[in-house]
Every structure is written in structure tokens, then in C-alpha cells.
Design a protein around this ligand. Structure first.
Ligand SMILES: [Zn+2]
Ligand SMILES: [Zn+2]
Ligand SMILES: [Zn+2]
Length: 165
């Protein structure tokens, strides 16, 4: 049910303009449909996260907001990020303490991230199998899983090619 082209798009050659435009449009439609306020700050933060398939820390986002002319205080950026995460437009990557735009928005998923340690690009993918294993052992221990996020670190294809072995 997942089109292969949506999987790990970040590490593939793709039309990023279209990718970016579609994601912004989908977010706007989602907000309209669910009567959510897509305020200029929220929109701008999502734009920043979508501009590259890379995770951005809150302070970086704050800097970029200021550069874009937003007289933003930290709470503005944090609230916008909270909104984006709550509504599934973005995910927090704990190991980088940073945020990344969701590339599977609108689908029920437990995100799995592949993080390139060289270029820090982040690809989101979907792995039903690993979740399944987890829920089995969780069930056995009586643990109730509320959220599963898998973060894998490695080297992406294009960095692997340039890496001196
Ligand atoms: Zn893209
Ligand atoms: Zn996602
Ligand atoms: Zn890379």
C-alpha cells in the first residue's frame, strides 16, 4: 500500500520543488479540513523543515525565522513546532534533538528514520516488521506501547560513494 516512491525519498534523486509544493498544499488542505489555524509562523516553520530533507534544531529554526523577518521569540518557534508535531506534519528526532518534516503525512505510521552521519540528511521510512517484534515483547511484559520511533544512523548512498575507505 506504500508506493515505493514515497519511501526514503530523501536519499533519492527527485523533483524537490514538486515534493515541497505538494507537502505544503497537503498541509494547508489538512488544516482547512480539520479547522486548524495554519498561522504564518506555523506555515513558515513547516516551509523551513521541508526546504531540505534534513533535521533542524529549534535554535536553527529560530534563527531562520528571524532571517525571514519574523520577530519571533523562542516560544513562537516552540509552539509552531509543537503544533506541527502534534498534527503529524513533523517528527522530533531525539538523537539529533531536532525536527524533520514528515514525508508520510496522512498515513497511520510509526516513523523509522535513517539518518546519514555525513550529510545529516534524514529519510523517513516505514517498517511494520520491527514494530511487530516490539509489540510482541511489550505484550509479554505487560508494557503498553504508545509510540515507537526508530532512529537508524549510517551513511547514505551518495556519501558512501565519496567516503574514502
Ligand atoms: Zn524532496
Ligand atoms: Zn512521518
Ligand atoms: Zn549522506
Amino acid at each position: 500500500m506504500y508506493k515505493t516512491k514515497t519511501i526514503s525519498i530523501a536519499f533519492k534523486q527527485h523533483n524537490h520543488n514538486a515534493c515541497w509544493g505538494n507537502a505544503m498544499q497537503a498541509a494547508q488542505e489538512y488544516c482547512d479540513k480539520h479547522k486548524l489555524k495554519f498561522t504564518p509562523a506555523r506555515r513558515k516553520v513547516l516551509e523551513l523543515l521541508l526546504s531540505e530533507h534534513r533535521a533542524l534544531g529549534a535554535y536553527k529554526i529560530l534563527d531562520l525565522l528571524r532571517e525571514a523577518g519574523f520577530k519571533s521569540q523562542p516560544p513562537v518557534a516552540y509552539r509552531a513546532l509543537e503544533f506541527l508535531v502534534e498534527n503529524g506534519f513533523a517528527h522530533k528526532i531525539e538523537r539529533l534533538n531536532a525536527f524533520v518534516a514528515c514525508t508520510l503525512h496522512g498515513t497511520e505510521h510509526s516513523p523509522t528514520f535513517m539518518i546519514c552521519r555525513q550529510c545529516e540528511n534524514v529519510a523517513e521510512t516505514y517498517s511494520p516488521a520491527s514494530n511487530l517484534n516490539l509489540s510482541e515483547s511489550a505484550e509479554a511484559s505487560g508494557f503498553k506501547i504508545e509510540q515507537t520511533i526508530i532512529e537508524a544512523r549510517g551513511v547514505c548512498n551518495s556519501c558512501a560513494k565519496t567516503e574514502i575507505l
